[in-house]
Design a protein around this ligand. Structure first.
Ligand SMILES: *Cc1c(COP(=O)(O)O)cnc(C)c1O
Length: 354
């Protein structure tokens, strides 16, 4: 059956398998070889690897483009940012992943890149900032403020301005949002998060339907050596197989927790876009209360990162690199797949004591 007729939840399972011939292994093996006999499609493993190809085929199919695996989300982001040269103009969300912000700030200082920071949820402001721009960076929802961008409107505004559009789809995953279908040129992922899903591996990816951009990204990966290990890629592929069931549980629990937190007297504000498994809250009592919450949880783990089976929370401003427009008392919650009753009672006891 052609995979295109199957739903995404099924294609997560069928993608990247060995050919259907008697005796073939059902699972894609991990291939550890740095070099190949001459004359084949891959001659050296910095250029390609069959385990990467299996992961790339599966994620690329879901997003609707050609995928490249990278050593980390930042590896993929750096490759996408390298699509534009020095002194180019970039429009970026004022709240985006802190590594992305730091990378662009560095290029601003060292390469003369012009960085225009915008509220990505304000479509008019973003469109106005696009005049003369070469690259539009989108994150939606944004990390950690959970703002939502109008992807189709921004993609077409970028195209009109002659700018490449890139969307970091880490928070939504292709099951909840497919930016390429909205007209965006390139999707980047930290596969470290929901895609791999078990907080045991770092991996990144780019996906694009534009062959010119795919080629540039591939050249960047090969020449910068920004390649993942076969084992890491295999772990991420194994994680992808269960993405749909993990996400279904985590999203349902996140919605329940967002409701209960909104009604809790110790919580001033809940930022939850109505989908996904990440939310941010602001605690009454400010910084000390937020710190007490981090220290008071027993089931939740106070740790950075997100998208794993285990629930994590952290006060984002504990990182010096976080934007100072993010409230001091903002705590980001990544909801895992534990029973929601247990997650809630732990949060409740920690909030009472915060
Ligand atoms: C974690 C994260 C990244 C960076 O990915 P790494 O795999 O840690 O390099 C990029 N974007 C978002 C939205 C993230 O959450």
């Amino acid at each position: 059956m052609p995979d295109g007729h199957l739903s995404p939840a099924t294609r997560l399972i069928t993608g990247g398998r060995p050919p259907h011939i008697p005796g073939a292994s059902v699972n894609t093996p991990v291939e550890f070889s740095s070099t190949y006999r001459a004359g084949g499609p891959i001659d050296y493993a910095r250029v390609g690897n069959p385990t990467w190809s299996a992961f790339e085929a599966t994620l690329g199919d879901l997003e609707g483009g050609a995928c490249l695996a990278f050593a980390s989300g930042m590896g993929a982001i750096a490759a996408a940012c390298a699509l534009i040269g020095p002194s180019a103009v970039v429009v970026v969300p004022q709240h985006s992943y802190s590594g992305t912000s730091a990378l662009l700030r560095r290029r601003e200082e060292r390469d003369g890149l012009e960085v225009r920071r915008v509220d990505i949820s304000d479509t008019e402001a973003v469109s106005a900032a696009l005049a003369g721009a070469h690259l539009l960076w989108i994150e939606s929802p944004t990390n950690p403020m959970m703002e939502i961008a109008d992807l189709p409107a921004l993609a077409s505004a970028a195209r009109e301005a002659g700018a490449i559009s890139v969307c970091d789809n880490t928070f939504a995953t292709p099951l909840l949002q497919r930016p390429l279908e909205a007209g965006v040129d390139v999707v980047v992922h930290s596969a470290t998060k929901f895609l791999a899903g078990h907080s045991d591996v770092l991996l990144g990816a780019t996906v694009t339907a534009r062959t010119d951009l795919h080629e540039q990204l591939h050249i960047h990966r090969t020449l910068h050596g920004a390649i993942p290990g076969p084992m890491e890629t295999w772990l991420a592929l194994r994680g992808l197989r269960t993405l749909d069931v993990r996400l279904e549980r985590a999203c349902a629990s996140a919605a329940t927790l967002a409701d209960r937190l909104s009604a809790h007297p110790r919580v001033d504000r809940v930022r939850y876009p109505g989908f996904g498994a990440v939310l941010s809250i602001e605690i009454a009592g400010g910084l000390p209360a937020a710190q007490a919450l981090e220290q008071g949880v027993r089931l939740w783990t106070p740790a950075t990162s997100l998208g794993g089976v285990e629930s994590l929370l952290e006060r984002r401003r504990r990182h010096a690199a976080e934007a100072d427009t993010v409230p001091e008392a903002l705590v980001r919650l990544s909801v895992g797949i534990e029973a929601v009753a247990d997650l809630w009672s732990d949060l409740e006891q920690a909030l009472e004591n915060a």
